[in-house]
Write a protein that binds this ligand. Structure first.
Ligand code: DDH
Length: 292
């Protein structure tokens, strides 16, 4: 362990696989938390750490892990992510050589892969920044808004309509918490397994406005146990978004392929290319694959 903190320690792919493995174990140690997995909240941390990128100024993104600092950690969109940052801190204690940006994005990769999602190519090389690199509030999407807002936010990161719709399929996982965002409930019946069910349910269920005192959200008419955010529902209403959402509802393989590509890009936003330690991205193994 002492060797790992020495200044001349150069971690290899195998060292990052060890970090991945530790994160994967922690994902499974959730016990009674939510649906029994820390995967969704760890994935959300990786996304919010990366989704602050602004291509016109080159600021934000995953490079400096600025959500460690106030006020970014206190931005409304990041409510609840202290849970995920705390879990990642346990990993950081064991592998002190890894940067927070690498750790958090690797967390996103591990979450997707361990919850049976597609393989996500990933490269190491992010460096820890300072509070002065933190991003202003308002760079992450607001769930109460419509298509123009979604496009403003994701075009700013450099994504197109197809990539936007692919990325939103992550809502197959996890749930909303009334004490974090104000919204409540899961999107699918299997919130710890990565599937294209988010799109299928969008088209197969009848969605009605939930009658409650909380923020405007939709519920499925049949069971009233699932939810959609206004921004999720827009994917069935906007002509261009709808085309891709329908394609992903009909073809899980296409969704996996497109999600993997867009999510790999998302994880690298804001990281100067010369910082990456390898030109070829790595594909890390799941815990299951290593047992075989
Ligand atoms: Fe999301 N998301 N998200 N989301 N998201 C929430 C939860 C989770 C929006 C709003 C919310 C993406 C896109 C959008 C995950 C992943 C991703 C919650 C509930 C809100 C609100 C938070 C809470 O109460 O705990 C909006 C708006 C958008 C948008 O695109 C317009 C993307 C792109 C991803 C991704 O990972 C690529 C995950 C996972 C969760 C579940 C978290 C949990 O704790 O469970």
């Amino acid at each position: 362990q002492a060797a790992k903190v020495a200044a001349n320690f150069t971690p290899t792919k195998e060292d990052y696989q060890k970090v991945y493995n530790r994160i994967a174990e922690i994902i499974d140690e959730a016990g009674e938390y939510d649906d029994g997995s820390f995967g969704p909240v760890i994935l959300r941390l990786a996304w919010h750490a990366s989704g602050t990128y602004d291509k016109s100024t080159g600021t934000g993104g995953s490079n400096y892990a600025t959500m460690r600092f106030e006020p970014e950690s206190l931005h409304g969109a990041n409510a609840g992510l202290s849970v995920a940052r705390g879990l990642m801190e346990k990993v950081k204690q064991e592998f002190s050589w890894i940067s927070y940006g690498d750790l958090w994005t690797l967390g996103g990769v591990a979450a997707v892969q361990e919850m049976a999602g597609p393989k996500i190519p990933w490269r190491a090389g992010r460096i820890d920044g300072f509070a002065e690199h933190a991003t202003p509030d308002g760079r992450l999407p607001d769930a109460s808004q419509g298509a123009p807002h979604i496009r403003d936010i994701f075009y700013r990161m450099g994504f197109n309509d197809q990539e936007i719709v692919a990325l939103c399929g992550a809502h197959a996982l996890g749930r909303c918490h009334s004490n974090r965002s104000g919204y409540e409930g899961p999107w699918t019946f299997s919130p710890t397994t990565f599937t294209n069910d988010f799109y299928k349910l969008l088209f197969e269920e009848k969605w009605v406005w939930k009658k409650w005192s909380g923020p405007k959200q939709l519920e499925d008419k049949t069971t009233k146990s699932l939810m959609m955010l206004p921004t999720d529902y827009v994917l069935t209403q906007d002509k261009s978004f709808k085309k891709y959402a329908k394609a992903y509802a009909d073809d899980n393989d296409l969704f996996f392929k497109d999600f993997s590509a867009a999510f790999a890009t998302l994880m690298e936003l804001g990281v100067p290319t010369q910082q990456f330690v390898s030109s070829e991205p790595w594909t890390l193994k799941t815990l299951d694959e290593q047992k075989a």
